[in-house]
Design a protein around this ligand. Structure first.
Ligand code: FAD
Length: 372
């Protein structure tokens, strides 16, 4: 089956049925993720020789966009899995790559810390060389799929030297690893973004991904393009989902005393037009970002940073417009719009946050060192 058809089937048969429960009960979308394991979507970006689909970022973006139209929580779980897979494909053991390729393993990133907050590139959790292995300690603020993932790409200070960070492969049942509280958020309520702690967590030396101290380089060059493009794709899906709901509502609802629909009000159509333009501009920027990455263009990293900020901010303003044109009806849960409005607020504060990206982009266009 074509990968997008597989996504659509899961979306229509499983995700749509569970979407309200996922939000209201903050329940993890396990049934959908299990289905994505079976139909090849978890292994979409894995090497074909290991049983994966061998597809790239373009296809992953289309998958995330399609799911986010209906359930952004599910889209974000998958987005974090693809971001972690990018690291594992390059630096992880072949057994684990095979597990992911065959859809038997869910992974995620455990980067943001209590102390350095959204500045994920500067972890203060430690790694100490002890005998043949390492002992890690650290406090992560929010880890998507915290209680459900089979592995975590964990960041810490390097064991030795002055570099910013090292990355580690941490398995689910690792001794010393815990998640002290459940996630009860404003939006993306199903994605289980709970805190995690490492206390005297003993890792073998083959848990190190890349070299000790290479974490920053992997974060920026391997993960950031995947994370930013897919996060932006989730925002695009949210905008499309919200616009579809709003257009359906204003077209169907009537002022009976005037015998006219809400859509017959020019003000409402103008608001919707502005929202459509914003969503379409974002998709165009996302597609250009994909081209810039593929062609290794000089502006690729600038586009990567721009697209996440643009999409996150646009999703907030588009869902705001959709709420406005649907009036009091949008304030109720039955329309489904207020959920997308809440979910849309996550992207701008997921690291790198919009404000941090504005700082980075501003430095880049003023010819200053971006990450200095
Ligand atoms: C739904 C969800 C899922 C998440 N999943 C994960 C995950 O799987 N893995 C993971 O590692 N993390 C995850 N996170 C954490 C996320 O990446 C951020 O680290 C976190 O949201 C930042 O929150 P904070 O309170 O620490 O922000 P703070 O760092 O305290 O930021 C507060 C404000 O200050 C602004 N700010 C900070 N630095 C600057 C600057 N230099 N210039 C200008 N403004 C600045 C920020 O933009 C923000 O507006 C998730 C977050 C959410 C909301």
């Amino acid at each position: 089956m074509h990968y997008l058809e597989a996504v659509k089937t899961t979306r229509d048969e499983i995700i749509s049925r569970n979407v309200q429960k996922t939000d209201q009960e903050a329940s993890f979308p396990k049934e959908a993720i299990t289905a994505f394991g079976k139909n090849g979507i978890l292994g979409l970006m894995s090497d074909a020789s290991l049983g994966g689909q061998g597809l790239g970022l373009d296809e992953a973006a289309a998958v995330i966009e399609s799911i986010a139209e209906v359930c952004p929580s599910t889209a974000m779980v998958l987005m974090m899995h693809y971001s972690a897979t990018a690291v594992i494909e390059k630096y992880g053991p072949v057994e684990l790559r095979t597990e992911i390729a065959r859809g038997h393993h869910l992974s995620t990133l455990a980067w943001s810390e209590v102390s350095s907050r959204s500045h994920f590139w500067a972890p203060s959790g430690t790694a100490e060389k002890v005998g043949d292995g390492f002992i890690l300690n650290g406090n992560k603020t929010m880890v998507t799929s915290a209680s459900q993932a089979d592995s975590f790409i964990w960041s810490s200070k390097p064991a030795e030297g002055e570099a910013a960070s090292s990355l580690w492969l941490v398995k689910k049942y690792q001794e010393g690893l815990s998640s002290p509280a459940a996630f009860d958020g404003l939006g993306l309520r199903g994605n289980d973004s709970a805190p995690m702690q490492a206390r005297q967590m003993k890792l073998s030396s083959d848990s190190l991904l890349g070299a000790d101290g290479e974490g920053f380089d992997i974060m920026i060059n391997t993960v950031l393009p995947v994370f930013c493009v897919l996060n932006a794709s989730a925002s695009i899906g949210i905008m499309d989902g919200a616009l579809a709901l709003a257009i359906q509502h204003v077209s169907a609802q009537k002022f009976e005393h005037l015998n006219s629909s809400l859509a017959e009000l020019p003000t409402i159509r103008a608001y919707l037009a502005k929202a459509r333009i914003q969503a379409d501009m974002t998709r165009t920027l996302r597609n250009d970002t994909l081209s810039a990455i593929k062609e290794n263009r000089a502006d690729a990293m600038l586009r990567v940073m721009e697209v996440k900020a643009a999409a996150g901010e646009s999703a907030m303003s588009v869902t705001d417009i959709c709420m406005r044109v649907c009036g009091g009806a949008a304030f109720r849960k039955d329309l489904g719009l207020e959920k997308l409005f809440r979910d849309a607020r996550s992207s701008s504060i997921m690291a790198p946050t919009s404000d941090v990206l504005y700082d980075f982009i501003g430095k880049a266009i003023c010819n200053m060192p971006v990450f200095g």
